[in-house]
Design a protein around this ligand. Structure first.
Ligand code: NAD
Length: 433
């Protein structure tokens, strides 16, 4: 099959590379010339484990190519995926659909024959209807079906998630489009990934409901963590104790600094806007958004408290800046709110992240960026584990203590055992313990 992927970011590039690895012919389009130039030169514009190898193999096999020329890429495609960004609209929290509609207009101008347009971007209920309307108005001569196919991959584990998904959701009632989508995903039948065929609107809502549910689960355990601190319980034991119940499940029960990233914050907000538009409130998600926002600020206060009497003029080392390990994505990372709270309190922030420093520097130019954890900890009055990169899981505590001004650790990901850290002479603060 010939597949065109419009938008070559975290989702478009991984999806395109995986589709080509299944044997399809894929062209990835992006309007960002520097991204396409990098890809053509064999450099990845994002950090995602295994992606460079996957791209190189499929480029070499002649199944994967990159272009800024959308019109040429669209001509003759069996399926055209839209995987452009849908960030929060500035000011009101609605999903900003301008990139989706701009891409749709460009597709309309370029299609040369019957095809299927697939929205992989996360889009509010009814977006597919509008995409279809634009295509019908601009190209009444063309039979173009519009399908919703939301993506559930996780950054940092994106290739595995794409190739072995828990499920594939396809929203369309058009027989031909269904057949095309079956062909697109046929290689996954062998892995027995279930396909959920449903209406376009249900499919669009499934994505938001899934993210809102996961955000709720995280926020739930974070509030239970606060309660654990108040009553003298250990949230890790509580998580395990409830997570072993199959009805609850173990995943997404790790207490921490609050959810961030490129999806949960914007998708929970967008769901609330849809609920508002249709006068059907989702109060549980309203609470989740509120609790999570205040949690990020509370984590800043937790660090300041660990510094003792007067934080002003002290130095803190932040280990990990990205919203989770194994990505360079800084969008809505909890580190942003924590660093801001520290700066407001007059604290000097030294920071290290294995992959996210470049993106972080654009957003937080005032931090001191360091070459590793020990460099960051040099002269610091506290070291804070913000993101649980593997490299922070077995720090040389003796070396750390030697370079620090005061041996204080704030472990916002509960990576360490209290007795090990206190045994090494540190004051230790964790989450929910
Ligand atoms: P991204 O910002 O990394 O990539 C989007 C790309 O689209 C950018 O490179 C941009 O230049 C390009 N683009 C925008 N308009 C274009 C146009 N008209 N023509 C060509 N290229 C264009 O975004 P992302 O993280 O890949 O997310 C894409 C969508 O997938 C969003 O709706 C997001 O919510 C959803 N999603 C993201 C993830 C994730 O983990 N990042 C997971 C599931 C779903």
């Amino acid at each position: 099959m010939r597949i065109t992927m419009i938008g070559s970011g975290y989702v478009g590039l991984v999806s395109g590379a995986c589709f080509s690895d299944f044997g399809h012919d894929v062209i990835c389009v992006d309007k960002d010339q520097s991204k396409i130039a990098a890809l053509e030169a064999g450099r990845m514009p994002i950090f995602e484990p295994g992606l460079d190898q996957l791209v190189a193999t499929n480029v070499a096999a002649g199944r994967l190519s990159f272009t800024t020329d959308l019109a040429a890429a669209v001509a003759g495609a069996d399926a055209i995926f839209i995987a452009v960004g849908t960030p929060s609209r500035r000011g009101d929290g609605h999903a900003d659909l301008s990139y989706v509609f701009a891409a749709t207009e460009e597709i309309a101008a370029a299609v040369t024959g019957p095809t299927v347009v697939v929205t992989k971007s996360t889009v509010p209920v009814g977006t597919g209807d509008r995409v279809e309307q634009i295509l019908r108005e601009k190209r009444p001569d063309m039979a173009v079906a519009v399908v919703s196919n939301p993506e559930f991959l996780r950054e940092g584990a994106a290739i595995g998630d794409f190739k072995r998904p828990d499920r594939i959701v396809i929203g369309t009632e058009d027989e031909h489009a269904m057949a095309v989508m079956r062909d697109v995903y046929r290689p996954l039948y062998l892995g027995e990934s279930p396909i959920v065929f449903t209406s376009r609107r249900s499919s669009e809502l499934i994505k938001y409901a899934a993210n809102a549910f996961l955000a709720t689960k995280i926020t739930f355990i974070n509030e239970i963590a606060d309660l654990c601190e108040a009553v003298g319980a250990d949230v890790r034991d509580v998580s395990r104790g409830i997570g072993l119940d199959n009805r609850i499940g173990k995943k997404f029960l790790h207490a921490g600094p609050g959810y961030g990233g490129s999806c949960f914050p914007k998708d929970t907000l967008a769901l609330l806007k849809t609920a508002e538009d249709y006068q059907s409130p989702v109060q549980i998600v309203e609470a989740v958004v509120k609790v999570n926002d205040s949690r990020k600020r509370a984590m800043g206060r937790k660090v300041i408290q660990a510094l003792g009497e007067d934080a002003r003029g002290k130095t803190v080392a932040l280990l990990g800046l990205t919203f989770k390990p194994n990505t360079d994505d800084m969008r809505d990372a909890p580190s942003l709110a924590i660093a801001l709270a520290l700066a407001d309190a007059g604290v000097v922030v030294r920071a290290y992240d294995p992959e996210g420093a470049e993106a972080a520097r654009q957003m937080m130019p005032d931090l001191v960026y360091c070459s590793d954890a020990y460099d960051a900890a040099t002269g610091a009055d506290a070291v804070v584990i913000v993101t649980e990169w593997d490299i922070f899981r077995a720090l040389d505590l003796k070396r750390l203590k030697q370079v620090m001004a005061a041996p204080v650790m704030v472990d916002l990901r509960n990576v360490y055992r209290r007795d090990a850290i206190e045994g090494a002479g540190f004051a230790y603060t964790a989450v929910g313990r």
